[in-house]
Design a protein around this ligand. Structure first.
Ligand SMILES: Cc1ncc(COP(=O)(O)O)c(C=O)c1O
Length: 200
């Protein structure tokens, strides 16, 4: 939450309504990979504090930009963590990745800057899609899902011009592509290439 590839958000109220119906013995996992991109993130840690069977997953792959180091973390009650510890591979996280993750956590300026650039880029891309008459899903994440017709063909044609978007056929959304938000020059180039490919 937000969801990949739609970029949609499940609200606090929806989460609370859902959690009220979940029996205590059922484990609920919240994947919050894009959590840091939210202005008002829903509070799921309260369920961990209340001792519910909840695991909250976060990653350094997104706002920290450390996907290559393969670092993330889960927050859960002691009993659940104990089970995970028993199945965890030894030495599954190297020291360089840990140093990078710690430095990333301390670098609030970088996170703020990335969020600011992403917010600006999201507004720009969504505005351009609307102007082009393309259907899109308003996003809370660092990508936008947009309907382009033949997603595979658009992916290939854009890649030929050096812009990589993600075709969505594997998600059973063959008419859509997912576009990651970049810097403003990258976003502008992406729109320019997309326009050319769509003949608009
Ligand atoms: C919703 C969601 N969860 C998790 C991940 C993966 O994160 P990690 O790089 O930590 O495996 C992604 C990355 O694409 C994602 O979109």
């Amino acid at each position: 939450n937000p969801n990949n590839p739609t970029g949609t958000l499940v609200t606090q109220e929806q989460i609370d309504r859902f959690m009220a119906k979940v029996p205590d013995h059922v484990v609920v996992v919240f994947d919050e990979a894009y959590y840091e991109f939210l202005d008002n993130p829903p509070d799921t840690l309260k369920y961990v504090r209340e001792g519910r069977n909840v695991v909250v997953l976060r990653t350094f792959s997104k706002i920290q930009g450390l996907a290559g180091t393969r670092v993330g973390y889960g927050i859960a009650n002691k009993e659940l963590i104990d089970v995970l510890q028993r199945t965890r591979q030894p030495f599954n996280l190297n020291a360089v990745a840990q140093a990078g993750a710690l430095a990333g956590l301390l670098d609030q300026e970088h996170q703020d800057k990335t969020k600011r650039i992403t917010d600006e880029g999201r507004a720009y891309l969504q505005c351009q899609f609307a102007a082009l008459g393309l259907e899109f899903i308003p996003s809370y994440a660092n990508f936008v899902l947009v309907k382009v017709g033949d997603g595979n063909a658009v992916f290939k044609a854009m890649m030929d011009q050096g812009v990589i978007v993600r075709a969505m056929a594997a998600y059973k959304l063959p008419e859509w592509v997912r576009i990651s938000i970049g810097t403003m020059p990258q976003n502008e180039r992406c729109i320019e290439v997309l326009k050319g490919v769509l003949g608009r």
